[in-house]
Design a protein around this ligand. Structure first.
Ligand code: GLY
Ligand code: MN
Ligand code: MN
Length: 430
């Protein structure tokens, strides 16, 4: 791992919160991700399943976490199963977790080799009545491959048909949505690395530069600061490319007069940051570009203020829609008749701002977190309004990550990343 080891106390706390919500006589099991194949003997880089990471800190393939708060033998209340390592693996793949290291990382006393899992699990299931399965209930999930979790569930249902099943995901959605101070510190670190990348490209960007050259500058800065790289596929979109919301080709050349929308950010220790900035290729906004830019910035600032405990996500989005409508009227992009005759299910502002304003962020960029209940302190949300005008060859989005506070305005984890148009111009021309 490139990141500094995380204090095991975080994972101890996370497990406590999960176990506090388990039914009596129940076991919960969490599996690592597979290493996904490309073809021949090529594989994609390993990415740990965020749930087992959240509960154990184990960042290694073929790992299983088992939680059984009512186990008769105390040492079986928390067990981490790791792949047995040996000299051959050490030579070819590098060191894997030893049993001692498994304890050090996770705070779990009982570490077994993975080969012992079936035997130990059978024994514990004889004491248990319910097994918690970790299905994916994320509101945007669209998984087409069978995961290790899926295979475990399938086998378990066949081998233990008389047990009751329960769901881990609602508990995880609830507890992962509210961040511990250690998690906020890790997210701040991801944002700080993103800031370094952004400051680096402000002096680099000019007409003639290619979008992929900007991508390379960011990646350089991220990796040299102990990040694995981008928290999600980066978008570097010059001119009208910004109007393709998921533009990821990043293969065009910047032209004089273009704005470049950059939606990209670093990860750190598996925690995501998520930033969008829009800058002028030649270092100066035109009056029109600045007018639209400042409208987006005002919406962002107003929306941010609304992220306080008690707010309902869907209601918040409606309010942001009203603010955006008034800005679009001011820019002459909508007129009163458009608004008076609008379809309430697809209000007029959606022509220029067609995506959501905020999502939870954490170990996943679009993180777990409750969306239908009132917002709570220490939830972390993005704020990311945009105005997209293909007819004028520009799309502007601005995005920061903010932490909801007990009282007052949210705390902006990206407060140090330049966003005022004048500051960006100054930095690009200094
Ligand atoms: N970068 C993904 C998003 O802003 O939601
Ligand atoms: Mn986002
Ligand atoms: Mn983003």
């Amino acid at each position: 791992m490139k990141y500094y080891q995380i204090d095991q106390q975080l994972f101890i706390k996370n497990r406590k919160k999960f176990m506090a919500q388990m039914k009596p006589k129940s076991i919960a099991v969490f599996n690592s991700n597979d290493i996904y194949p490309i073809s021949a003997d090529s594989t994609m880089a390993f990415e740990q399943h965020r749930d087992i990471f959240y509960l154990s800190g184990a960042d290694q393939e073929e790992t299983i976490l088992l939680l059984f708060p009512d186990a008769l033998d105390k040492k079986h209340r928390e067990i981490l199963f790791v792949r047995e390592t040996n000299e051959h693996i050490a030579v070819w793949e590098g060191a894997k977790l030893t049993k001692e290291q498994g304890t050090q990382v996770s705070g779990i006393e009982t570490i077994y080799w993975l080969t012992d899992f079936d035997k130990v699990f059978f024994d514990l299931m004889t004491e248990a009545e319910t097994i918690y399965f970790n299905t994916n209930e994320h509101y945007r999930q669209a998984v087409q491959t069978q995961t290790r979790e899926d295979r475990f569930i399938e086998k378990c249902k066949k081998d233990y048909p008389a047990h009751q099943w329960s769901k881990s995901n609602p508990i995880l959605q609830q507890i992962r949505g509210i961040k511990e101070p250690e998690e906020i510190a890790l997210m701040q670190q991801a944002c700080n690395i993103t800031e370094k990348g952004f400051r680096r490209i402000l002096g680099f960007t000019k007409p003639g530069v290619w979008e992929y050259e900007m991508e390379a500058e960011f990646l350089h800065e991220f990796v040299r600061n102990r990040s694995k790289g981008f928290a999600y596929t980066p978008i570097i979109a010059a001119g009208n490319n910004a109007n393709v919301l998921h533009y990821i080709e990043n293969n065009q050349q910047l032209k004089d007069g273009d704005l470049i929308l950059m939606d990209l950010a670093a990860e750190y220790a598996n925690y995501a940051s998520d930033m969008t900035r829009t800058i002028p290729a030649n270092g100066r906004f035109t009056d029109r570009q600045k007018a639209v830019y400042n409208a987006v910035l005002r919406v962002k600032n107003e929306a941010t203020k609304m992220l306080v405990p008690g707010v309902i996500w869907a209601e918040y989005h409606k309010e942001v829609g009203h603010i955006m409508t008034s800005e679009l009227l001011g820019l002459g992009l909508l007129d009163k008749a458009d608004v008076q005759s609008e379809n309430p299910d697809w209000p007029a502002y959606k022509k220029y701002f067609m995506h959501g304003t905020s999502h939870h962020i954490g170990l996943d960029t679009h993180d777990y977190g409750e969306l239908k209940t009132p917002m709570k302190p220490n939830m972390v949300f993005t704020v990311e309004p945009g105005i997209y005008i293909p007819n004028e060859g520009m799309g502007i989005r601005l995005e920061d990550d903010v932490v909801i506070q007990e009282k007052g305005e949210p705390f902006n984890l990206m407060r140090n990343i330049p966003i005022e148009a004048e500051e960006i111009e100054e930095l690009m021309n200094s």
